[in-house]
Write a protein that binds this ligand. Structure first.
Ligand SMILES: Cc1cc2nc3c(=O)[nH]c(=O)nc-3n(C[C@H](O)[C@H](O)[C@H](O)COP(=O)(O)O)c2cc1C
Length: 248
């Protein structure tokens, strides 16, 4: 099912509502993807713009199919369509299977994630809710977790600052949420990398003007971290994961 995983492969997702020129996360993920394609070529590269091309929200047919599958235990992906009870469930599965397949095939998953109202954009949450179908990332034969060796690189931007020791530290439901989600999904903690660009609105919001130097430092650190992560041997799938730079 995941025969391509030994080859370098990158699934790149963006979720900012802003276009390329205005979006910090899109600029940073594009830098990673450019370096990755220079090193590994274009064949293993897949891109989804979750904001421009939204994933439909899960429906009652999605939930009923998922519950039926859970009652059967672990069901191979190729047998799930047989469990669909009606056209609505078949349609839900047709929307879901390609997302699961490309996630399973990816050696590295790169996700641009703005902070929206202290959490992740709804466009990314719609992808998460759909791709997390029961048993989707568990080997049906062995029970092994299929994403253990997948690298996940989260490029997070936020208008304010949420670093440890700052007044809004406890308001960050973006990074802790994604850490909990991907580790629970089976991604090994050492393969989960976060890059943060903070205070990204300092240039626009007069009350934040004093933080412009902090914003510039944070962006420069994020650029360096993205560049280093894209060059890691682990990003190609040819070596074990190394220690990557983190911005905090
Ligand atoms: C709908 C919306 C909600 C936002 N909510 C927050 C927030 O809760 N905290 C924060 O620090 N910044 C917030 N911001 C600012 C963004 O996190 C910031 O502009 C970030 O750079 C967006 O990522 P992007 O540059 O890739 O679009 C919000 C921006 C938008 C558009």
């Amino acid at each position: 099912m995941h025969t391509h995983r030994q080859e370098p492969s990158l699934l790149h997702l963006d979720s900012s509502a802003s276009g390329g020129g205005d979006s910090i996360t899109r600029q940073l993920t594009a830098r990673y993807a450019d370096i990755w394609r220079c090193l590994h070529g274009p064949e293993g590269y897949r891109y989804r713009d979750l904001a421009a091309d939204p994933i439909p929200l899960v429906s009652s047919a999605f939930v009923s199919l998922g519950i039926r599958v859970e009652r059967h235990g672990t069901v191979p992906l190729h047998k799930i369509a047989e469990l669909a009870a009606d056209p609505a469930e078949r349609q839900e599965w047709a929307l879901t299977l390609p997302l699961i397949t490309e996630m399973r095939a990816a050696r590295t998953v790169l996700i641009g994630v703005p902070m929206y109202n202290f959490s992740v954009p709804a466009a990314l949450k719609a992808w998460i809710d759909r791709v997390t179908f029961p048993g989707a990332f568990i080997d049906e034969g062995t029970g092994d977790r299929l994403l253990r060796e997948t690298n996940v690189v989260i490029v997070a931007a936020r208008g304010g600052c949420y670093a440890p020791g700052t007044p809004r530290e406890d308001f960050d439901f973006q990074t802790p949420y994604l850490r909990a989600y991907f580790t629970d999904l089976g991604v090994a903690p050492e393969n989960l990398h976060f890059v943060h660009a903070e205070m990204t609105r300092a240039g626009d919001v007069p009350a934040l003007a004093q933080f412009k130097p902090l914003a510039a430092d944070s962006l420069a650190t994020a650029r360096t971290a993205v560049t280093e992560l894209a060059r890691l041997p682990a990003a190609s799938g040819t070596a074990a994961s190394g220690t990557a730079a983190r911005t905090h």
